[in-house]
Design a protein around this ligand. Structure first.
Ligand SMILES: [Cu+2]
Length: 188
């Protein structure tokens, strides 16, 4: 009796796993999602708050698993050279297809960095070059594009590491304030 029940159970399990397989394979393949995010960097002077450059928007949310195509329009024509302690943020990491002004790049020299978009906990860093000098004419942005995959759900803090803020080290003011040179990146 017990042996018969086992045999029947075994047969049933084999049968149901055989028929469930194609369903599981279909369910495990969600459609690939690509989202496009645009951010603009404005100088403080453009928004009547001199010395307070900012990213707009500063808080971004993307779906888990999405490929994120980012375009950053940097209207700041000033540089904020990376000091030696954070010189490593001149090198891009964690992203693919980085271009600046239409040119593929993998790093920006420390002296030429204007801002960075950096999520240290994800190993993600993008150095951003300055906009062309306006020279009294219309402002033209430095256009920066890159992609990455938002693999792990969570809320992460992004920061700029170029000392573009207040204080003797340039790390105060905008550099230390959410909504300016830092914000949140949420994968949900
Ligand atoms: Cu900055």
């Amino acid at each position: 009796m017990a042996a018969g029940a086992l045999a029947a159970g075994g047969a049933l399990a084999a049968c149901s796993s055989g028929s469930a397989k194609p369903v599981a394979a279909t369910a495990a393949k969600p459609p690939a999602v690509t989202v496009h995010e645009a951010m603009v960097i404005l100088t403080g002077g453009m928004v009547k708050q001199s010395g307070w450059p900012l990213f707009v928007p500063s808080d971004v949310t993307v779906p888990t698993g999405a490929t994120v195509d980012v375009t950053i329009y940097n209207y700041d024509d000033g540089t904020a050279a990376l000091p030696p302690s954070v010189a490593m943020y001149g090198k891009a990491s964690g992203v693919t297809g980085l271009t600046e002004a239409g040119q593929p790049v993998t790093s920006v020299s420390a002296a030429d960095v204007s801002h960075t978009w950096t999520i240290p906990t994800l190993g993600l860093n993008v150095p951003i070059e300055a906009a062309p000098a306006a020279n009294g004419g219309p402002h033209k942005p430095m256009v920066v594009t890159f992609s990455f995959k938002a693999v792990k759900a969570g809320t992460y803090t992004w920061k700029c590491f170029a000392p573009c803020g207040d204080g003797t080290d340039g790390m105060g003011g905008a550099m230390a304030t959410n909504g300016y040179m830092q914000g949140s990146f949420t994968v949900a």
